[in-house]
Every structure is written in C-alpha cells, then in structure tokens.
Design a protein around this ligand. Structure first.
Ligand SMILES: [Zn+2]
Length: 316
C-alpha cells in the first residue's frame, strides 16, 4: 500500500525492503526441461547464496549475477523467473557448488537499505528458496531423501509420495494506536534503546487479524478491537512474511497501562506523537532499521498517516 504524502516538502517516505520485486516468476517455465534449456542461454544469471542468509556481491552494493556456465554442470539451480528483458534468473546454493567462487558473501539483512529495490527483492527470493531446499532434503513424514521437481519449486518423496512446497510463515506486526499515541516495546536481545511495534507469528487455525488481537493481549495486556491492513514485507530470515497492521483500542483503552510480558518484552509503553518525534530527534531512542516494516509503520504514523477504513475484529 502506498502512503500518500500531502506535504511536498516532506522527506522521502520510508521504504520496505524485499517488496516490489520486478521479476516475472513465469511459473509455466518450471516444467521439466524448460528451465534446463533457459539455463543454457547466454543471458541467464544465478544469484549465489552462501551460509545462512548471505548473498554474493561483486561490489559493495551490487548483487553478483553469475552465468550458469561458470558453475559446475551438475549443480542444481532453482529457476526464479525472467527479468524485464526476458533473461532467466536462478538461485544457486554456494554450499553445494564445492568450488570457491571467489565472491564476497554478505548477510542479506545488512544489505536491506543498500541494494537496489529490485535486486533486494531478487536476493530475498533466492535466499528464501535456497534456505527452503537446505532444510527439506529429507521427507518430514518418512525421512527418505526427497527429489527436486518443478525447477526447484517442489520436492517429492519417492518413498511415500509426499510433496513438499516452498514454505512461507505468516507473521504479523502492528502499531497499536489511539490517534495521538502509539504503543511501542523493547524486546529482549534488541539494542537497548530500540523501540519497536509489537509482532508475532500467526498460529494454525487463526487469521492475521486474530493474531494481532492475541499478540497484543499476550505481550502487553492491551485489548485491540479493530485493525487495518497496511502493507507486507517478505522477511527471509529464514522464511517469514511480515503482515503489517494499524491496530486500535476502544476509546477508553488508551488509558490502559501496558503490562509487558516478561518472557517477551523488557518494556512497553505509550508514546505521544510529539514526544516520540522529539526523542528520535535527540537520539534518546531508536527505531528498527530503515527498510523494515516496523520502521515503516512507526515512521508513517509519525508523519501523520491516518487510518482509512479499519474494521472491528469479529470475535464470537
Ligand atoms: Zn516420505
């Protein structure tokens, strides 16, 4: 979703890294043989994924795009899609190549605000696919080795027949607000002065909206009565999709004092808009890094973004 700027002199709006990829995923080319033929084309390139969620760079802010002809012939490449010129893009697991590519690997998380947005999205896609392959080499039902199908978009167990598909775990993050105040928290393990929006994973049998209500209650005791979807962020560390919301409390709810769950939070409190802007200006507190959806939600609220149509969460 775009948050429209009303003041032309306002600073550039915050961005969401890894979203807005320009690749045509061309799923019709995943069938047997099609992607293998594309691999032979001179314009085809592969993103190399190193240990954890690292990607190969050729320059400090430039993703390495390696011709498949420079990779071992037997190396598996996952077909990602076609770029705007129609050239094929693949992902390769550098840990499988058994050759030293000579490339410099950097954690993708550090590159969020550095890479060109389309390259960041491509890298997130590659990291997500390679990470999924790494932990699905064996069948989750019978333990037999699985086989790769659909140009890397499916794994199949030849023993019990189970098919495994690339995994995305839905997670929610929400800025609870009363109009002029928002609820922020400090998490265990985060930098000492970093205040963030609340967040958590969607559980089985639950909608994202219901997860917002549950997580706000579990983490702070604050009762959310309505939500509005704002935007989402692919978060390949290792496989989440962060779904971002504004969340609202009843008129009297803004007086409620948050009670941080000590298992999850160090501290939680309401911040007034002016107070938060001032604290950020003086550097006494910090937000999540630019490029994260948490930074986006807080920054756009601070800049005056208003909810448009929020809906009550239906609970029987
Ligand atoms: Zn099996």
């Amino acid at each position: 979703m775009a948050v429209h700027r009303t003041d032309p002199a306002a600073p550039a709006p915050p961005t969401i890294a890894f979203a807005g990829g320009t690749l045509d995923r061309a799923a019709h080319l995943r069938a047997d043989g099609q992607a293998a033929r594309l691999r032979q084309q001179g314009t085809s390139r592969a993103v190399l994924v190193g240990p954890d969620q690292q990607v190969a760079l050729t320059a400090p802010r430039t993703l390495a795009l390696v011709p498949p002809s420079q990779l071992p012939a037997g190396a598996h490449l996952t077909f990602l899609g076609l770029d705007r010129s129609g050239a094929a893009r693949f992902a390769a697991d550098a840990l499988d190549l058994r050759t030293d590519s000579g490339d410099t690997f950097t954690p993708l998380r550090q590159l969020m605000a550095e890479l060109d947005p389309a390259e960041a999205a491509l890298a997130a896609y590659a990291v997500g696919m390679v990470g999924w392959h790494r932990v699905h080499r064996h069948c989750g039902r019978c333990g037999h080795a699985t086989e790769i199908e659909e140009a890397g978009h499916r794994r199949h167990c030849p023993h019990c027949g189970l098919r495994h598909f690339p995994r995305t775990d839905p997670a929610i993050t929400m800025l609870v607000q009363t109009g002029e105040r928002c609820l922020l928290s400090r998490r265990h393990g985060a930098p000492a002065n970093r205040w963030s929006a609340l967040a958590g994973f969607v559980e089985p049998g639950e909608t994202p909206e219901e997860a917002v209500v549950r997580e706000a209650g579990e983490e702070t005791g604050i009762k959310v009565i309505g939500v509005e979807y704002v935007t989402a962020q692919p978060w390949p560390f290792p496989s989440a999709l962060m779904i971002g919301f504004w969340a609202f409390v009843a008129a009297a709810g803004g007086d409620a004092i948050p009670t941080p769950n000590p298992g999850e939070l160090v501290e939680a409190r309401w911040f007034g808009r002016t107070e938060l802007a001032s604290a950020l200006q003086h550097g006494s507190i910090a937000l999540p890094p630019p490029g994260t959806i948490g930074n986006f939600l807080i920054s756009t609220w601070l800049a005056g973004a208003k909810p448009k149509t929020w809906a009550p969460v239906q609970k029987a």
